[in-house]
Ligand binder design. Structure first.
Ligand code: PLP
Length: 414
């Protein structure tokens, strides 16, 4: 069992931690132990500096003016697109569309997919979806008369394979998460995509929780659309991305109308811009996209395989530690090999918000609530859970601080 002070087998954590200014701060007089990474991650100084550099040295709008600042800004913005393309294994930069976040990215994908459907067509989602990959499908289905079906999750926290296969019969679209933000389950996106394609369905994958933590290759997965957020992978808030297959994006209608997404505007007709700008109306979050590029540089230098290995080690150790508490219920796969380092739990009858409040007093930041997954909460028959989620800068001292703080919860409320 790895204890506080143990070193990671995969990452040089002290060196990584030195890059994150916020990790030096204290909360309630205690060292900050940040375990709310599934909500958003902290930012290394390389990302913060890249944003400051843009505003200090070459702030300008992109794709428009010919002056030097505008050209430098455009170049830096488009350089991030190239980095994202490589990071997720897309075929071309035309397939990489910047959005405000994963939520908007998933809405762009839903708009593209549903524009080709007819009333009564079937759309399939799963019980483990974040609201960002559920509500739009539900609402568009109501408005357009599509038939929305929801695949069950098993008691082990996995997508029920036979239910999926049954519901895929005749389906026109499947939307599912690559990694659950509550259960930590990592779904076999490649095999699920193959099954859906065999059934004739277009596939949308929510990669908001997987992309920051495990190597992702959209080409290998074979999905049609894949969405994620910069802020969950060391980048700034306000930037997301949707990958879409070129042919599909070419044939789909724009999501938002206005400036920059057009080639020509006439009184009666408008001609859309080339890909991917057809989907990027108005002034983008230029600083944010540039910061996202710095985040990708950082993750590539560390190596996603190393991040994955480290999180696997710390997740296994955390599951061992949490399981030692009487009355501890942990959701999701028991086998650490089947999950990421997102651990949702309930501690006896103590309300998740009370657990999180006492942990905060000890300097430990976790999330409590329904995690934007009320369909899943209903399935688990709980209103809320506590959730600790780890990232590349979390070490065994953090895990020890979590268990120490949970003993405090037991002492105070148990
Ligand atoms: C699985 C999953 N999908 C989508 C989202 C939405 O991400 P954002 O809030 O960045 O749009 C989240 C955020 O927590 C998530 O965990």
């Amino acid at each position: 069992m790895l204890k506080a002070g143990s070193t990671s087998q995969s990452l040089n954590i002290p060196k990584i931690r030195a890059d994150f200014p916020i990790l030096k701060r204290q909360v309630h007089g205690k060292r900050l132990v940040y375990l709310d990474n599934a909500a958003t991650t902290q930012k290394p100084k390389q990302v913060i500096d890249s944003i400051t550099d843009y505003y200090s040295n070459y702030n300008a709008n992109i794709h428009r003016s010919v002056h030097t600042l505008a050209e430098e800004a455009t170049e830096a913005f488009e350089a991030t697109r190239q980095k994202v393309k490589q990071f997720v294994g897309a075929g071309s930069v035309e397939e990489i569309v910047f959005t405000r976040n994963a939520t908007e990215a998933l809405n762009v994908a839903a708009n593209c997919v549903t524009s080709g459907l007819r009333p009564s067509d079937k759309i399939v989602v799963t019980e483990m979806e974040h609201h960002s990959n559920f509500v739009q499908w539900q609402q568009i289905s109501k408005r357009m008369g599509f038939n929305l079906e929801i695949v069950s999750v098993t008691d082990e926290g996995e997508i029920d394979g036979s239910d999926l296969e049954a519901k895929l019969v005749g389906a026109k679209a499947l939307a599912f998460t690559h990694m659950s933000n509550v259960l930590g389950t990592i779904n076999d996106a490649k095999s699920i995509t193959r099954k859906a394609h065999d059934a004739g369905a277009v596939v949308v994958v929510d990669g908001a929780q997987s992309t920051p933590h495990i190597p992702v290759n959209v080409n290998e997965i074979g999905c049609d659309y894949f969405a994620f957020s910069a802020h969950k992978m060391l980048g700034p808030t306000g930037v997301g991305c949707v990958y879409g297959k070129r042919e599909l994006l070419l044939n789909a209608p724009p999501f938002v109308y206005g400036g920059d997404m057009i080639k020509e505007v006439h009184r009666q007709e408008t001609k859309w811009n080339d890909l991917p700008w057809k989907f990027e109306a108005g002034t983008s979050n230029i600083a944010g996209v540039i910061g996202f590029g710095a985040a990708i540089d950082y993750l590539e230098k560390v190596g996603l395989e190393n991040v994955e290995k480290h999180e696997h080690e710390i997740c296994a150790a955390a599951l061992d530690e949490l399981n030692k508490f009487d009355g501890m219920e942990i959701y999701g796969p028991r086998d650490p090999a089947r999950r990421g380092a997102v651990i949702a739990f309930n501690f006896g009858k103590i309300h998740a918000h009370d657990v999180a409040s006492i942990l905060d007093q000890e300097g430990v930041a976790i999330r409590s609530g329904h995690h934007c997954s009320q369909i899943l909460m209903e399935k688990l028959e709980v209103p809320a859970t506590s959730r600790a989620s780890f990232y590349l800068y979390n070490d065994y001292d953090d895990l020890e601080a979590l268990t120490r703080a949970l003993h405090k919860v037991k002492e105070v409320l148990g």
